[in-house]
Design a protein around this ligand. Structure first.
Ligand SMILES: Nc1nc2c(ncn2[C@@H]2O[C@H](COP(=O)(O)OP(=O)(O)OP(=O)(O)O)[C@@H](O)[C@H]2O)c(=O)[nH]1
Ligand SMILES: [Mg+2]
Length: 228
């Protein structure tokens, strides 16, 4: 499976403490094509990633996760990727789940596969506020794009080359997740959700996010939908 041209794209912002283990795990599991997009981190994220022989692309200002995914996905396409995996730098995603997401793509049954935290019992230790905001996110995505998903804000996705060429990411920050779904619907790409386990670690919880991120995201997605 890893013989196929699979590229792992990792947006990273100040993840020097976590990214080393993520890159080690990927290498141990045979993933060789790894692109880290360092978004003007103030820590040693880029140095650590280079030390692990990842391809490191750098933004000279902090542009956001969506912009970093676009940079990394475009680079993967230029390097001949058949499949592109969007994967986090903070250790919350499990490398073993990548194969599960790749399977429907390799079988040509999907163009995009999303990892879902809510198929089965896969959302262990998720903070309550996060659960609520993700449930609200599902409703927003359904209202805006007519897609009813178990986990509409998943950042764990694998896309084939055709999908990578067709999905245009213009949202620089977190609202890219909704934008990508809109593109999937508009371009009639085949979408499948697969259960994954996302780890809520002391590190990820401590890094935290403000309570206002969910509502702000919903509002930005709505504005984009209205203006596009
Ligand atoms: N390039 C880039 N990456 C970012 C930025 N913000 C976050 N990321 C990365 O995107 C990934 C996910 O970010 P998180 O802030 O953990 O968001 P999340 O996983 O959706 O939310 P939690 O479940 O609360 O952790 C991590 O690999 C981050 O390093 C950014 O501004 N630029
Ligand atoms: Mg995270």
């Amino acid at each position: 499976m890893t013989g196929k041209k699979v590229f792992i794209v990792i947006p990273a912002y100040n993840e020097a403490k976590a990214i080393s283990k993520v890159l080690d795990d990927l290498k141990k599991n045979g993933y060789r094509n790894i692109i880290v997009v360092d978004d003007c981190s103030s820590d040693d994220t880029a140095i650590v990633a280079r030390h692990h022989k990842a391809i490191v692309l750098k933004h000279i200002i902090n542009r956001g996760q969506g912009a970093a995914l676009k940079t990394g996905t475009d680079a993967g396409l230029n390097l001949g990727a058949e499949f592109i995996v969007h994967f986090d730098a903070d250790g919350q995603m499990r490398v073993v789940d990548i194969k599960k997401l790749l399977t429907p793509l390799i079988a040509k049954k999907a163009d995009v596969v999303l990892g879902s935290r809510f198929l089965g019992q896969k959302a262990k230790n998720m903070p309550f506020s996060k659960k609520i905001s993700l449930q609200l996110g599902r409703i927003v995505v359904f209202a805006l794009y007519g897609l009813w998903l178990s986990d509409s804000q998943s950042g764990f996705r694998v896309i084939n080359r055709k999908a990578a060429q067709n999905i245009k990411i213009t949202a620089d920050r977190m609202e890219h997740a909704g934008e990508i779904l809109g593109e999937i619907k508009k371009k009639k790409l085949r979408l499948v959700e697969v259960a994954v386990t996302i780890l809520y670690t002391d590190y990820s919880i401590q890094k935290g996010q403000s309570w206002s991120r969910g509502p702000a995201l919903g509002l930005k997605m709505l504005l984009r939908r209205l203006l596009k």
